[in-house]
Design a protein around this ligand. Structure first.
Ligand code: HEC
Ligand code: HEC
Ligand code: HEC
Ligand code: HEC
Ligand code: HEC
Ligand code: HEC
Length: 430
């Protein structure tokens, strides 16, 4: 009502359409490995060895600028359909990450993290990314409009300004929530809520624009908002470049700067899509980088967070060293305790692992199993299933642990997810 121009323009941008109702006038089909995939309006069907699984998709995630994924609701939880749309190539194919699998199912959970970057919650309901995500809570502002009770991202100082976009455009290799921190809000520094760890690599990832731009030699004054208007207004990018680069090599091109300095490349974790290289380099050999794991910016609880990030990237020796050293200062920190438990499990220190993994019943079960304590392992897996009745892995672990009850256990899972192909196959059901 108050900013009709910004609101209308924003709703047409890809971010304003990050989550949309499913287009119900499509027909498509394709085959991957031994599996046939069909799209019929909102219905997605997967057929393998004569078994069919049908699901009705409820949301499209991704405006389709590059790729669109689809969400299905299974017993009250959201899953990603293995089928995705790649509009630029006018192609339907499996979603990124599924191309290497030969037993594809509807079993990829949509986590709160996915929704945190792709959607907003409005009165408990899912909605596309909304104003609050960049401008902060607008309730007070709409009652008594004033510049002092709303965030203007463009006027924040540099880390706070960068944080607004980084909350979603910087995945790094690990995002470690700070212990008992408030969720991030625009106007603050991201690292006060989530510490991000990066490990530069040669290849582009889908969500790595922030990391790439930081490798550009153009300096800290260049931020996302220099070349992108969140409200979809066109920005003259050449003018941005020439504003700083008043001198260029003799005979140099005078326009179309991104075509040569920000070329399109494939991303290692995107399928059938090309992204813009934000490293703004001279064309030619790739930009040098150091593949070292590091915190994006200095933040509190540095050693704890580094240890957790090392665990996430598989550097177990350093993770164990840092987490044991940080433990005395964080002895009530459930993340850290769970991570230490996981490391002890990997070091075959099963009795100690079982103690620390009380909050992670599925892993605790592995420790009990290794100790030969079958009843305790089964009880832990039942706890994992009680917490998350759609936790496929726990049912399968339980079925392996108790072979005599295998059929009954897998049937329990099938009650929750009746179309699940692999479980039907395992039980010899049609
Ligand atoms: C709440 C998460 C979130 C925040 C905050 C966010 N983005 Fe995005 N952004 C996304 C997602 C998700 C997409 C992909 C949208 C799609 O196509 O579905 C996207 C797409 C984009 C695109 C490509 C599409 C286009 O409009 O050309 C640009 C550019 C972009 N964002 C810039 C920014 C900038 C600049 C900021 C900070 C001012 C920002 N974003 C903040 C999540 C976010
Ligand atoms: C840290 C924030 C973040 C998280 C977590 C995240 N995404 Fe994204 N995702 C993005 C952004 C930003 C883009 C847009 C990238 C672009 O346009 O370059 C994107 C792109 C996509 C796309 C379009 C891909 C493409 O190739 O264009 C899909 C589909 C998608 N994400 C699904 C998911 C799913 C499913 C999850 C959870 C498993 C997830 N995302 C987790 C931020 C995130
Ligand atoms: C992805 C982040 C993002 C989202 C979402 C977003 N904005 Fe913005 N908005 C910005 C940025 C960044 C600026 C500052 C642009 C600049 O400085 O050039 C801005 C500027 C504005 C301004 C202009 C302030 C001034 O300078 O006078 C208004 C008004 C505004 N936004 C309203 C909205 C409304 C209403 C919505 C929701 C419909 C919305 N914005 C959603 C990022 C966002
Ligand atoms: C805020 C000012 C600013 C803007 C805007 C800017 N640059 Fe730069 N750029 C610089 C500075 C400063 C350097 C470093 C110069 C040096 O080290 O001699 C640089 C370096 C470069 C280099 C050399 C990189 C290398 O590998 O040595 C290229 C190429 C370049 N910029 C291209 C661009 C292009 C293209 C744009 C627009 C898309 C752009 N710049 C926008 C300030 C800027
Ligand atoms: C120097 C200019 C410049 C800056 C600064 C810049 N971008 Fe871009 N960005 C571009 C250009 C050019 C494109 C390609 C646009 C097109 O093809 O229409 C692009 C495209 C994108 C896209 C669409 C996907 C892709 O890769 O093509 C996203 C998402 C994006 N930028 C995010 C960001 C974020 C986040 C930041 C801040 C970290 C940022 N950009 C900073 C120039 C810039
Ligand atoms: C047709 C491709 C092309 C276009 C378009 C282009 N450049 Fe370049 N640019 C190059 C190449 C190739 C080099 C390396 C040339 C060299 O080192 O002598 C370069 C080098 C540069 C450098 C680094 C100079 C140095 O050695 O320090 C800057 C700055 C630069 N370009 C800015 C721009 C700007 C600004 C634009 C848009 C007005 C632009 N370029 C458009 C191809 C292009």
């Amino acid at each position: 009502m108050c900013h009709p121009r910004e609101a209308a323009a924003y709703q047409r941008t890809p971010m304003g359409r990050s989550l949309t109702p499913v287009n119900t006038e499509v027909r498509a089909s394709f085959t991957r490995a031994n599996t046939k995939f069909e799209v019929h309006d909102a219905r997605h069907t997967v057929t393998r060895n004569g078994r069919r699984a049908d699901f009705t998709t409820v949301w499209q995630v991704g405006s389709g600028a590059h790729a669109a994924g689809f969400l299905v609701n299974i017993s009250g939880a959201l899953f990603q359909s293995p089928i995705a749309h790649y509009p630029a190539k006018k192609l339907w194919d499996v979603a990124p990450g599924y191309q290497a699998l030969d037993h594809i199912d509807f079993n990829r959970r949509i986590t709160p993290e996915c929704l945190g970057c792709h959607a907003s919650q409005q009165s408990g309901k899912l909605a596309p990314i909304d104003c609050d995500r960049c401008h902060g809570d607008g309730d007070a502002h709409s009652l008594r409009p004033s510049k002092s009770n709303i965030v203007h991202p463009g006027k924040l100082s540099s880390f706070e300004r960068a944080s607004v976009c980084e909350q979603c455009h910087l995945t790094g290799v690990a995002r470690i929530p700070q212990p008992s921190a408030k969720p991030y809000e625009p106007g603050r520094k991201l690292e006060d809520s989530v510490a991000i760890f990066v490990q530069p690599a040669k290849d582009l990832k889908v969500v790595s624009h922030v990391e790439q731009l930081a490798l550009a030699r153009c300096g800290p004054n260049l931020w996302c908002g220099s070349c992108h208007n969140a409200h979809g207004e066109k920005v003259d990018i050449d003018a941005q470049c020439t504003g700083c680069h008043t001198e260029r090599p003799r005979g140099h091109a005078v326009e179309g700067c991104p075509a040569c300095h920000m070329p399109k490349r494939g991303a290692v974790d995107g399928l059938h899509t090309a992204f813009t290289d934000h490293r703004i380099a001279k064309p030619g050999p790739s930009v040098p980088f150091e593949p070292k794991l590091r915190a994006w910016r200095p933040a509190a609880n540095a050693q704890r967070n580094l240890g957790l990030a090392e665990l996430a990237v598989g550097d177990y020796a350093n993770s164990f060293r840092n987490l044991t050293a940080a433990y005395p200062r964080h002895s009530n920190d459930s993340e850290l305790i769970g991570a230490l438990g996981t490391l002890l499990l990997m070091r075959n220190q099963h009795a100690d692992a079982a103690k620390l993994l009380a909050g992670h019943p599925q892993k605790q079960a592995l420790a009990f199993k290794a100790l030969g304590e079958t009843a305790k392992a089964a009880a832990a897996l039942e706890r994992a299933i009680e917490r998350d009745p759609l936790d496929e892995t726990s049912y399968h672990l339980l079925a392996n642990l108790l072979p005599a009850r295998r059929r009954e256990i897998l049937e329990r899972y099938l009650k929750r997810n009746p179309a699940h192909l692999a479980t039907r196959e395992a039980l010899g059901l049609p």
